[in-house]
Write a protein of this length. Sequence first.
Length: 338
Amino acid sequence: MHSSKIIRVVLLSVFLLAAWLWTDYQDALQAPAVIEHPVIIEIEKGDSFKQITNKLLLENLAIKPFWFKVIAVQTGTFKKLRTGEYELAAGLTMPQILALFVSGKTRQHAITIPEGWSFKQILEEIEKNPYIEHTVMKSETGEKASVDVLCFEPFGVQSPEGLIFPDTYFFEKHTSDISLLKRACAKMQQVLQQEWMQRMEGLPFKSAYEALILASIVEKETGLAAERPQIAGVFIRRLQTGMLLQTDPTVIYGMGENYKGDITYNDLKTATPYNTYVIKGLPPTPIAVPGREAIYAVLHPDNGNSLYFVARGDGTHVFSATLKEHEQAVDSFQRKKK
């Protein structure tokens, strides 16, 4: 009797332990591990499963290390967790966390490059983003890497100016600045070729790159979408008739650091490769990044007869076909205000 009682006690204990383990296992499968709010976890290269588990525990997640490992082995995810930064939403269970780590659906960051920015402005924006790996700047000297490393060869030009497509780009943490620039450059090449293939007949461009140069000028001249074809038309007709473009944004770009917010008469007469009051035709490179609308405008300009335009001061322009009309518009909207 004594031995049978011991056996019954042992069996009961085993049964109770098994029942508890089963209940605890089911709880590990179904109970939320992320309780109150989303949590950001980064799995770095070389992290062991134990290190990943500890990172979750440090964030006060309701993780049971033993069952977490058991579930990982059972689901075949134990050795398949992928590096990256993950956002764990509130309510996720341990199996769902493991599935996320295996999926590689990492947290995405964003950077926006606006229309009309120069390459210098773009680099500055990228360099101050804390989620991007900065490789364009040489850490030892602080000097910028040479342009050829940025891979703009498809355009066959030496300057990166204007070759980055303005857009919002999403990326993972630790994405390099070079790879981001390559993506944006490839996007510009794609958009430019698409628009170039559908261009109007009789335009004064020898290449898509020349159209890009003029598009950058149109982008800087107006932020009003409705006016872009009109302004493009003015410049197209000037190119066709041999007139100087005479556009202030190119002068400002050519002045570089010497521009202090105002253009003088001497600035307009000072020869630079970009001073379209002095040089004939287009400047050698774009002066900013144009958007698709500006590119479309120079490849589909309006068919009017205006050769001049002047700012009204409210963001719009007055267009004129003759110099006399233009002078009258200047008197009305510029000189009288002064």
